[in-house]
Design a binder for this molecule. Structure first.
Ligand code: 3H9
Length: 702
């Protein structure tokens, strides 16, 4: 199969990219496009050219595997291809069916006109890979849609639907059959000798790029884009389009692209892109295992988690029964859901019709018998093993025989829960993150008995719900929370030794977390954190801090009580001398001489123990691969994606440093702080986590 097919339809040459799975613009595609273009330009029988893609995709953009390698620079490059397109005297029309992303859209923007199908989606998502659209995307998009729209679309990387793209002038028309419409229009353009619309030559909208527009936009995204290179360079590049001659602005875009391409942030984000996809592959579960179709779902428990999970199903178009035995509690839960949808409509993030449709898919029920029609039931009741086992025993009696029974536990033993049923093979963990209708991560947890189909189903379900699923094995805290225990404890040890809450939070927020660990504790509720801690039996030799207990005893439950590790005015945190006094009191009691702690030490002491535990998790097969742990932390715990996740970050900064920190901590902290044997092995051999890739089935606890 050629990478681009060529056919003539009465005077119109149709060049169709055919490069599965997503028509990425790899070298063979660029070569074949160049040949097709040259052939069509030279053939007197060709009056116009249409460029399109097969398989319901125009093109997903440059081949991400090639970026940063020689192949991307091998002729013909995208830019050479675009020069050829701009030089052709024949009308050139893009027919966009499905997606045109990144370099794919940049090629389309180089055509004289663009016609999209109704389901077309276009966008420049390069920022998500730490890049900017380096094939003229920042320049041509700005010339067509204006700088305000360009700033919004390119710094967010969001996809635009066909109607919105038409409104902005990125598409010239939308049709039921984009290809047929493009062929007709191309022929008409040739016949009527329409003047060719080259985006590079348009400058009318560039005047909208006032200095205020850019300064205001920089201010607006400062918090979100903090520490990141690509968004800053995208703005610079769009500003250049508005203020410099075209030639110079295109040159600058190229320069900024290369700067981003060669940055550690680009490498980290590319790692996350592939890690996310790799996480779907489960050794031992054949790729062709048929997931159970989920046509109806049910959720037990209408609290914050249960309500959010029900909304996730409803948003994905799946009807869901929401069970709460007490009618009052059910009504309270439904009320919160209604309020959440209303807030989304008010914010403009959801239109009222879709909100109503989603709401109509959620049916409140208070009788277990009403769960009989569900293909999957997700339990989201109080985090207590006995309560959950009772719920599962009861559920087992009413659920359809084929139904999967899932628990949203964040720490408890899936096998003990499964054993309360007659179908442990159909029992599995589906750990959602709060707010469940928003957070991207779905940490699925496999029990010893969970069947291949059960696992395949919850992995597929994650994608249906628009989430990023990762499979973990069964142990206390699974992947995410098990590692987090070390992070939380270490924050308190640092407080005892001389750090303050604001210093710790400042360091971690400076690293890229949206919130530092103590601000997060205040948000989640210190009483909740303390309850979880109390339920855990720590080894006798382990260092333990009384700080959290004292904070709770002082009535400082967090944001909900207006004070925790900080004092709150609304959501604004204010440093509270009372907290510092409380912490200093604990240091005195424990006989610890407080000292000034360097920021670097804070960073390493918080992250290295977390990574050390990650290495144990990997060694035990609880995580299939190190990159799965990265996905968990990026999408569930706010680890900055542009640092690639904890394991990637550790590898980049040197595993030996983690080992060193752990060797320093173990004597005072206890045996669990000893360096993980895997880390010691890898660091001694100067190896990365790739060498630890395990094909073990997760599910066995070490
Ligand atoms: C760019 O264009 C730079 C230019 O501005 C400048 C140059 C000078 N390349 O996600 P899926 C693979 S940067 C290579 O599971 P979906 C993907 O890894 C690029 N491979 O399917 C997966 O492989 P596998 C800007 C790619 O239907 C398979 O295709 N473009 C690429 O859920 C299926 O992908 C982007 O950032 C690629 N460009 O979603 C678009 N894209 O099966 C990134 C995908 O082995 N891609 N693959 O795991 C996407 O957003 C989604 O993949 C897409 C399909 C929406 C296309």
């Amino acid at each position: 199969m050629p990478a681009v097919s060529y056919r003539l339809e009465s005077e119109v040459a149709v060049l169709s990219i055919a490069h599965p799975p997503v028509n990425a613009l790899s070298l063979p595609v660029r070569t074949a496009l160049m040949e097709g273009l040259t052939r069509a330009s030279a053939d007197a029988a060709v009056a116009a050219i249409v460029l399109t893609g097969t398989g319901g995709t125009f093109s997903s953009g440059a081949d991400i595997h090639e970026i940063g390698s020689g192949a991307a620079l091998t002729s013909p490059t995208l830019r050479e291809l675009q020069s050829e397109m701009e030089a052709t005297p024949k009308p050139l029309v893009a027919a966009i069916d499905g997606i045109a992303f990144g370099g794919g859209l940049e090629i389309a923007l180089t055509c004289h006109w663009r016609i999209g199908s109704r389901s077309a989606r276009v966008g420049l998502p390069e920022v998500k890979l730490g890049l900017l659209p380096g094939a003229g995307g920042t320049q041509r998009f700005t010339r067509l849609a204006g700088p305000a729209a360009a700033l919004e679309a390119i710094t967010s990387g969001a996809a635009l639907g066909a109607e919105r793209a038409l409104e902005l002038g990125v598409l010239d028309a939308v049709a039921d059959d984009a290809l047929a419409a493009a062929i007709d229009f191309a022929r008409q353009a040739a016949r009527e000798r329409l003047s060719l619309r080259v985006a590079r030559g348009l400058d009318e909208r560039l005047r909208e790029g006032t200095p205020e527009l850019f300064s205001e936009f920089r201010r607006r995204i400062a918090a979100k884009a903090r520490g990141q290179l690509a968004p800053a360079r995208i703005i610079d590049s769009i500003e250049a389009a508005c203020t410099l001659p075209a030639e110079e602005a295109f040159r600058l875009e190229r320069q900024y692209f290369l700067e981003c391409r060669d940055s550690p942030q680009r490498r980290a984000l590319t790692h996350v892109f592939f890690a996310e996809r790799e996480a779907r592959r489960i050794p031992g579960i054949p790729a062709d295992t048929e997931p159970l179709p989920i046509r109806q779902a049910a959720v037990i428990g209408a609290g914050t988690m249960g309500g959010g999970i029900a909304m996730s199903f409803a948003n994905a178009g799946i009807p869901v029964a929401l069970l709460e035995v007490s009618p009052e509690a059910l009504e309270r839960g439904l009320q919160v859901i209604r309020r959440n949808y209303a807030a989304s409509v008010n914010r403009g993030s959801l239109d009222a019709t879709r909100a109503d449709a989603a709401l109509a898919r959620i049916h409140g029920v208070s009788d277990y018998a009403a769960l009989a029609g569900a293909d999957i039931v997700i339990e989201a009741v109080f985090e207590d093993l006995n309560v959950k086992r009772e719920v599962f025993a009861r559920l087992d009696k009413v659920a359809a025989p084929h139904a999967i029974l899932a628990t949203n536990t964040s720490t408890l033993d899936i096998d003990l829960i499964g054993a309360a049923t007659s179908r442990p093979g159909q029992v599995v963990g589906t750990h959602f993150f709060s707010p469940a209708n928003v957070m991207k991560l779905l940490e699925n947890v496999r029990g010893r008995e969970s069947s291949a189909q059960t696992i395949a189903t919850v992995m597929a379900l994650g994608r249906t719900l628009g989430k990023i699923p990762v499979l973990a094995g069964n142990c206390d805290g699974f992947i995410g929370n098990r590692m987090l225990m070390f992070y939380g404890s270490e924050a308190e040890f640092l407080l005892e030794e001389g750090a303050t809450p604001e210093q710790i939070d400042r360091v971690m927020e400076g690293f890229g977390f949206a919130m530092g660990p103590l601000a997060v504790r205040d948000l989640a509720g210190n009483d909740v954190g303390f309850l979880i801690r109390k339920g855990r039996r720590l080894p006798a030799d382990e260092r333990w801090s009384p700080i959290l207990e004292r904070i709770v005893a002082a009535g400082r439950l967090g944001q909900k009580s207006g004070k925790g590790f900080y004092r709150y005015e609304g959501r604004t945190r204010i440093v509270d001398p009372e907290v510092n006094a409380l912490i200093e009191g604990v240091s005195r009691e424990l006989g610890i001489r407080r000292r000034s702690i360097p920021d670097e030490e804070i960073l390493e002491r918080l992250l290295h123990p977390l990574i050390n535990e990650g290495a144990r998790i990997l060694d035990e097969g609880i995580a299939i691969r190190a990159s799965d742990i990265d996905v968990v932390y990026v999408y569930g715990y706010g680890f900055p994606a542009y640092k690639g996740g904890p394991m990637f970050w550790a590898e980049q900064s040197g595993l030996a440093r983690v080992v060193e920190t752990m060797r320093r901590l173990a004597p005072t902290h206890g045996a669990r702080w000893r360096p993980a044997p895997l880390l010691e092995r890898l660091s001694a051999g100067n190896l990365g986590f790739g060498a630890a890739r395990s094909d073990a089935n997760p599910g066995k606890c070490g």
